[in-house]
Design a protein around this ligand. Structure first.
Ligand SMILES: CC(C)(COP(=O)(O)OP(=O)(O)OC[C@H]1O[C@@H](n2cnc3c(N)ncnc32)[C@H](O)[C@@H]1OP(=O)(O)O)[C@@H](O)C(=O)NCCC(=O)NCCS
Length: 220
């Protein structure tokens, strides 16, 4: 544990931060695919993919092509959705991290080990009546997982939110980010909402967004 330290982001960290965040997002592709395959409406699509060519042509081999096509369509759609999220981030808050995060109510930290950036997390204020901070951009390089780096980053952010006078920390993740969900629940966040964020493709792929909230005790 003592080999890791958390410090503020500087622009020299940009390439490594981008790499950690991008690979952290793409690694959920397989989990998202298996989740999509477990959904009843996708079983139906697979059944149609199997039966339609069989009934119309009588060739079993074409049925297999039908099933594989549905699976490929799911895989490509999930990849496209993740790619869209990555692009949106890189064109949004991650385009100029210092400019976006190094200002009042915002912050971006990196975890470092032996001079190498191994993890990231960011804070941004949430609009609304209650003063709250959103936890964003949590990611740890796969070679440094399970060593408490994310917990250190989480504590740094909660401390920042407390010192900024916030009453809560809120975050959004997806139901297939299993390690992240375990991390947040372990840190005392509680699940407050689940949504498909209104998009048909999200519903088809079962891409469920979950919201977690951590209430900061008033006296601490
Ligand atoms: C989620 C993530 C940030 C966790 O990073 P980490 O540094 O490995 O996490 P920590 O070592 O600090 O572990 C914190 C807690 O999370 C849970 N956890 C994390 N990874 C786990 C795993 N593979 N299996 C079981 N529990 C796990 C544990 O409860 C752990 O506490 P414990 O070790 O005291 O039991 C990391 O897996 C990651 O970067 N994933 C890809 C990107 C991502 O999903 N980011 C979240 C976006 S919302």
């Amino acid at each position: 544990m003592s080999t890791y330290k958390v410090r503020l982001y500087t622009d020299c960290d940009y390439d490594k931060v981008k790499e950690i965040l991008t690979s952290g997002m793409f690694e959920h592709q397989a989990a998202a695919f298996y989740h999509a395959l477990s959904l009843p409406h996708n079983w139906l699509a697979l059944l149609v993919g199997f039966l339609l060519p069989l009934v119309t042509t009588g060739y079993f081999a074409l049925s297999m092509v039908g099933v594989v096509s549905v699976m490929v369509a799911l895989w490509v759609s999930i990849r496209g959705l993740i790619r869209y999220c990555v692009k949106k981030g890189l064109e949004g808050d991650l385009k100029d991290i210092e400019g976006y995060y190094m200002r009042k109510g915002h912050c971006f930290w990196v975890a470092e080990s032996a001079g190498e950036v191994v993890g990231t997390v960011a804070a941004a204020p949430l609009p609304g009546g209650e003063k709250s901070t959103e936890l964003k951009r949590m990611s740890v390089a796969s070679t440094h997982r399970g060593k408490g780096v994310a917990k250190m980053l989480c504590r740094t952010l909660i401390d920042f939110a407390r010192k900024s006078g916030c009453s809560m920390v809120v975050l959004h993740t997806t139901s297939v980010q299993f390690d992240a969900v375990r991390l947040y629940e372990k840190m005392g966040f509680r699940h407050v909402d689940t949504s498909y964020q209104g998009s048909l493709i999200n519903w088809l792929l079962g891409f469920i967004w979950v919201t977690y909230r951590y209430d900061i005790p008033a006296n601490k």
